[in-house]
Unconditional design. Structure first.
Length: 267
């Protein structure tokens, strides 16, 4: 049985931490009136070091409980690791439309002039067959060099808390790509983790001016807009966030406020 979607039914944006805020920013540009609940599984962070089975079970379980509680019109998994592992399973068990996040290999392949693309992600994302399939489908004849840069997640989380990240983290990420065969010819870098656009400025400095960055946020926002087209959207209260663990300190509050989130609840 389908229920009519009320105008204030939220879009649920789910991520392991605060990386999905980069997606929230794009969703707001595309659908300024849409009510959003931002869900961060900070108790489960980081996902990139967990096994596929752990991530799949955790994400499916949490999203099941969250959709029961919040009755969203749509859920977005704003996390590459969770999407590449759990998207199929979540779509099987939930009865709401699900938008996933996939590494932006298709737009990168269209942009590159040298034919060499770098991809930065978590260890779990970088090893997924999902990425092999995207490469085979969209980047034939191009060279895709991958590097797992989990410390960039730390750097993004630190930056949002107003702390300085260790510059070594960015030079390590650059080295990891540049030192591979043909790495010196990389002109396009896929940020295959929603945390990474939050430190794009620092990455741009470390890579130098000849590199263009591409991430999935605008594509996700377009997909959400397409799936909610024609639906009434009305925000009757300020957007808020739910965290699965204690937000350990108040240092995130200014960053959350910057993204239009005025309160945090524990889920």
């Amino acid at each position: 049985m389908t229920h009519a979607i009320g105008p204030n039914a939220p879009i649920l944006l789910f991520d392991s931490g605060v990386g999905g805020l980069s997606v929230l920013a794009e969703v707001r540009k595309t659908l300024p009136g849409a009510p959003v609940i931002y869900a961060a599984d900070n108790a489960g962070l980081p996902y990139g070091t967990k096994s596929e089975a752990e991530v799949a079970a955790r994400v499916a379980g949490l999203l099941g409980r969250m959709t029961e509680r919040f009755h969203p019109r749509l859920a977005c998994i704003a996390c590459n690791t969770a999407s590449t592992i759990a998207l199929g399973m979540v779509r099987d068990v939930l009865h709401v439309p699900i938008v996933g996040t996939v590494p932006a290999i298709k737009p990168a392949a269209a942009m590159t002039e040298t034919g060499v693309i770098g991809l930065l992600g978590t260890a779990a994302t970088v090893r997924q067959t999902y990425v092999d399939n995207l490469q085979a489908e969209f980047a034939t004849g191009k060279r895709l060099l991958r590097h797992a840069a989990p410390r960039l997640v730390e750097a993004a989380e630190a930056r949002l808390r107003g702390k300085e990240a260790d510059p070594e983290i960015f030079s390590e990420a650059v080295k990891g790509l540049r030192e591979q065969p043909d790495g010196d010819r990389i002109d396009t870098v896929v940020l295959a983790c929603t945390h990474f656009p939050l430190v794009q400025e620092e990455l741009a400095k470390a890579f130098g001016p000849a590199v263009t960055f591409v991430d999935g946020a605008t594509g996700i926002a377009r997909r959400i807009a397409a799936l909610t087209e024609g639906q009434p959207l009305e925000r009757i209260q300020p957007d808020y966030a739910v965290f699965t663990g204690e937000p350990l300190d108040q240092s995130l509050s200014p960053a959350l406020a910057h993204f239009g989130i005025e309160r945090v609840e524990i889920f």
